[in-house]
Design a protein around this ligand. Structure first.
Ligand code: GLN
Length: 195
């Protein structure tokens, strides 16, 4: 059965994520209210404006459902603003603190080829748009990629996050890491249910 992956669709770039997920064989679903959350195997929190997304989560009453998803070990992918939303100062799903708009005015938007742990030797074209970087992180956090000495892709348990926009290129390898995490989590949950 296809993986059911929710994409938080309160604000920002959720459409492109839906497209990439579909390409990888998942069944994406837009998430706007708590009623959209049950039955999801994974969840994407897209880029956009972190303040607006955080306020939207509050207004929609989505926080308890997001916490339940996380506590059940179901994977979450946070990209750009989504990384900020997951950090220690917001939902607290990551023992890491993001610095907003970290690359400054000169570097509002740029693209680089990044070496990313777990995607093979070929570098990933990464699109940064008023991106954050990871300012501080705990020892449980795995750094998958850095740029200019700052972590820009990290993973902690079931949470994968990056400062760039993997949904804006046609290279699906970053989403594929998330799909593999989601497949593994669903298999684990299935085994536990059968026990
Ligand atoms: N600058 C935005 C923020 O701080 C993030 C930008 C993005 O998601 N592309 O929320």
């Amino acid at each position: 059965m296809a993986l059911r992956v929710g994409v938080l669709a309160l604000q920002g770039g959720f459409e492109a994520h839906m497209e990439t997920l579909r390409r990888l064989g998942a069944e994406p679903r837009e998430v706007r209210t708590p009623a959209d959350m049950p039955g999801l195997d994974g969840l994407v929190i897209p880029g956009g404006e972190s303040t607006t997304i955080v306020m939207g989560i509050e207004a929609a009453g989505l926080e308890p459902a997001l916490r339940a998803h996380h506590e059940a070990g179901r994977p979450i992918l946070g990209t750009c603003a989504g990384l900020i939303v997951c950090d220690a100062e917001h939902l607290g799903f990551l023992d890491a603190t993001a610095r907003r708009n970290a690359f400054g005015r000169q570097l509002q938007s740029f693209e680089v080829d990044l070496e990313v742990e777990g995607i093979g030797d070929e570098p990933l074209r990464a699109v940064f748009i008023r991106a954050p970087w990871v300012e501080r992180h705990g020892s449980e956090v795995e750094v998958l990629a850095s740029y200019d000495g700052h972590p820009v892709a990290i993973r902690e348990g079931s949470v994968l996050a990056c400062a760039f926009h993997p949904e804006l290129t046609d290279d699906p390898r970053f989403h594929a890491i998330f799909m593999a995490m989601t497949t593994a989590a669903r298999e684990r949950a299935g085994e536990e249910a059968r026990r």
